[in-house]
Write a new protein. Structure first.
Length: 224
């Protein structure tokens, strides 16, 4: 299970019961690119070396199973929000780092994670969605990673109720326009379960990942 070399992780079938496939190793752009293309993501734990996960089960949201609750649909119509892509990645990831998380002490979004994902954003593999109010203030956002045509969500924040969920809906519409049919949300959360997300086996997830990567979609435009 140890991180063997710069781009080497344990095979998924040799993961621990918690889904750990690597321990330690560099947290840099090449390693992150390699990891996400194998369905692996870093998840720092206080007091431990860097841990890399490929969990079983895996949480995904199929767009044809998206459920928008009536309350959220009403908020979508009433909130005067403007959405953008990749306009404030650093602010979004920093805001996610600072967001309160009931029942949790601290955050897994460490300063090293912020630095590494900023680097991933600079090479076009990490992206953010921003929600702005009518006064031009950033009120919500999310960020994630593209891995050969699959978007893997990482974290989100909000200062206005439901605004981060609306970022998710905006993201889904954006991805659907580019041919995507699902997103990876790694582990289940109440917010995504409410939207219709489900858990599938690691094997099914990896089959899906491979299928998309055989004919990769262009989910985001690169900056000129």
């Amino acid at each position: 299970m140890l991180f063997r070399r710069r781009f080497g992780f344990s095979p998924p079938e040799k993961a621990t019961s918690e889904g750990i496939v690597g321990i330690g190793g560099p947290l840099d752009v090449p390693t992150l690119q390699c990891a996400y293309r194998q369905g692996i993501f870093p998840w720092p734990h206080t007091g431990l070396p860097l841990l890399w996960f490929n969990p079983d089960p895996r949480a995904v949201l199929d767009f044809d199973e998206l459920h928008i609750p009536e309350r959220l649909a009403r908020r979508r119509k009433k909130l005067p929000l403007h959405f953008t892509i990749d306009q404030s990645f650093e602010i979004v990831i920093t805001s996610c780092r600072k967001a309160p998380r009931p029942g949790q002490e601290g955050t897994w979004i460490t300063p090293k994670i912020v630095t590494a994902f900023k680097g991933l954003h600079q090479v076009g593999d990490a992206h953010s969605i921003e929600a702005w109010d009518e006064n031009g203030s950033l009120v919500a956002g999310l960020y994630g990673v593209t891995a050969g045509g699959v978007f893997s969500g990482e974290s989100m924040f909000h200062t206005i109720s439901d605004a981060s969920k609306l970022c998710v809906l905006f993201l889904i519409e954006h991805l659907k326009e580019r041919g995507a049919t699902w997103i990876d949300i790694q582990t289940m959360t109440p917010h995504f379960e409410m939207l219709g997300a489900k858990e599938i086996s690691r094997a099914e997830y990896l089959d899906r990942l491979t299928a998309v990567q055989q004919a990769p979609l262009t989910l985001f435009e690169r900056e000129p």
